[in-house]
Design a protein. Structure first.
Lengths: 383, 383
């Protein structure tokens, strides 16, 4: 029986994983820089800047998982070479490797018949010039690995910018050149796969961003009855192909040509935080159940839910908790522009109340919502 | 703003209080014997067997509460005399004092017009003989303070037993002599009162015991529409009279003459554990909101719920989690006969599924439920 799960990373995802694991009798350890981190309230943090930290971490748990998608592959490899003992990492190393490499990821989507926007692998200036001709402009050029929140990427809008783009990113090649895809909205599907291969999927979330950072998610995504089985099919192909164990997230664009995969995250995801209150079993609990080899819980919806991120500055807790039915989740982090500090879950009784709650919330959050105050969101039970 | 709440006690109630407090940005410290206790996973435990422990505890938090109803009054008093600073205890000392003294408790129920079974205060053998005559037999004789799970109490069925009862308990006088009350079932009402005097009440729970220990609670208590407003009225009288802050529980007998108060507990209660999943805001979160001076959350029902205790021995977690929609809460305790080790929450879709789930659960729990396997419980949405 699994008693302790070692988690690469110690942020808010680790904190919420450990919260969900504790009532199951499963404790967590965390591998993170420093000892002050959101997960520290819930388990031992092994400071990965110290000597022999990886060894200590590997000795600290029965099985391993991650909340940080850029967990070094070398660290994942070390687990399998650990003093002749085989230590297991869920999700598997291969899923982590693919998710960390945009070209591998697109290639896998292609291989499994999951539609993606046109793209090319770029190893040279000539490749980039060729891509501009074949795919047309504009193009988004990104490094295949690394990059975050708009770093490591350049948009080419006219041919004159091609050389400049190569000059800027070429040293980090291979690159990927992606065509813009005209989409009406972004949705994400989150699924969990158990050690026995069982797959369960939560309802689609519709995701809204503000300056590139997730602002809020609406679940179920409005008007998504036809999209749900398609998204479920796509993520199930990925899970089974990768022999995946745990929670996987797939971001998708809704276009006139159907759903296009954007990217996958081999972990629990911000667009799944709603599930703590909104689903029978949350993404956090089901991930820990899967990793610990326990049966999966129901992913059924309890009630339509809106999850709103707290970004940059903390609101007044009293104001937030005075909102009818609001749930507050703070991560124990200090304020910094653009930083995710917590989230709020709203479970309105109908669209009218949702609209009202969102208007109130917009006035209470120091960083405004992307959601405009007069926006009316149709809840799934009304569409 | 309250950042840390010091809690007298460190058992499973403290553990679940701290779990609920963490997302609100509130941490807990615990005052408990030893450092190994269910709450230790979630906060600092101050070992109350060590020198200066009370001083250390008092310095560890902004405001204080309790999960152990037999918290010594002297410890509560120390808070108000703490180095000239006034440290606050919620619930107030008076509530604790009354709940620890059966005669004071009954007197308060009387004073507030809350019906109780006939009782007498017993200071001498003569008092006991008088009570037997006035109230008739049988009588339950209990010490006014202390006593637990049938200890410190004697049943007098015939006059010949009166002297023996006095011989046994008289040295611990004052005693209370209570008449038996013929009741069809026991229910409990749980309510929370905020620092601003707002009161919110959860739906009544119907409680079933096995050998004196709570086996399971059904919420809402079947056929309780008429009882709910009466119970709400009674507990509101108590909360307002005591200028109470936090969660209070009142156990009631359902009799042909209406509801009779049995006893109150000045804390979160086992019969409210269902509220973690079954209510919008749980008893644990609302207690911590009240103690921290935050607005109260909604006590509305999410779904009819059954909470089943795990007693004495752990079941196989895999079996439990395979039950559709079941939630497992383990407390991190070692096995011992009669000890509460955890609980399971079931949220059946209808009475048929409930009956089926209970039958399955009865076969999985090492200590059988009081619930008989063929018992059909009507859920509130059907009555």
């Amino acid at each position: 029986m699994v008693k302790t799960v070692g988690i690469f990373g110690g942020g808010q995802l680790g904190r919420m994983l450990a919260q969900a694991a504790l009532p199951l009798g499963v404790q967590c350890t965390f591998y993170e820089a420093g000892s002050e981190c959101p997960s520290a309230a819930l388990g031992r943090v092994i400071d990965n800047t110290q000597a022999n930290a990886l060894q200590t971490f590997m000795d600290s748990a029965d099985v391993f998982s991650l909340e940080f998608e850029n967990t070094p592959l070398a660290d994942a490899d070390a687990l399998t070479e650990h003093q002749g003992q085989h230590k297991t990492l869920y999700p598997p190393r291969q899923a982590l490797a693919i998710a960390q490499h945009r070209l591998s990821e697109k290639a896998l989507f292609d291989q499994l018949g999951i539609p993606v926007a046109p793209y090319s692998a770029i190893h040279s200036l000539a490749d980039l010039q060729q891509a501009a001709e074949t795919q047309g402009l504009p193009l988004v050029v990104k490094t295949a690995t690394g990059g975050y929140d708009g770093k490591g990427q350049v948009v080419i809008r006219e041919a004159a910018q091609i050389e400049q783009a190569w000059a800027e990113l070429g040293k980090a090649a291979p690159l990927i050149a992606e065509s813009f895809v005209r989409f009406s909205r972004e949705v994400s599907i989150i699924a969990v796969r158990g050690q026995d291969g069982e797959v369960r999927t939560w309802p689609l979330a519709e995701n809204h961003h503000n300056q590139g950072i997730l602002s809020h998610s609406i679940v179920p995504a409005p008007h998504s009855q036809d999209l749900q089985p398609i998204a479920t099919d796509y993520i199930t192909r990925l899970l089974n192909h990768l022999n995946y164990v745990g929670v996987l997230t797939l971001e998708l664009f809704v276009t006139e040509q159907g759903l296009f995969a954007n990217e996958m995250a081999p972990r629990v995801h911000n667009s799944g935080h709603w599930s703590i209150e909104g689903a029978v079993c949350s993404q956090f609990e089901n991930h820990m159940r899967a990793v610990a080899g326990l049966p999966l819980g129901s992913t059924a919806l309890v009630k339509p839910t809106v999850m709103v991120n707290i970004i940059g500055q903390h609101p007044n807790s009293t104001d937030i908790l005075a909102l009818e039915g609001a749930h507050l989740h703070l991560y124990g982090k200090t304020e910094r522009a653009g930083r995710k500090l917590g989230h709020i879950t709203l479970m309105p009784v109908d669209s009218r109340q949702l609209s009202q709650l969102c208007q109130q919330l917009a006035t209470l959050l120091p960083e405004p919502l992307a959601l405009t105050a007069d926006m009316v969101i149709p809840l799934a039970d009304e569409v």
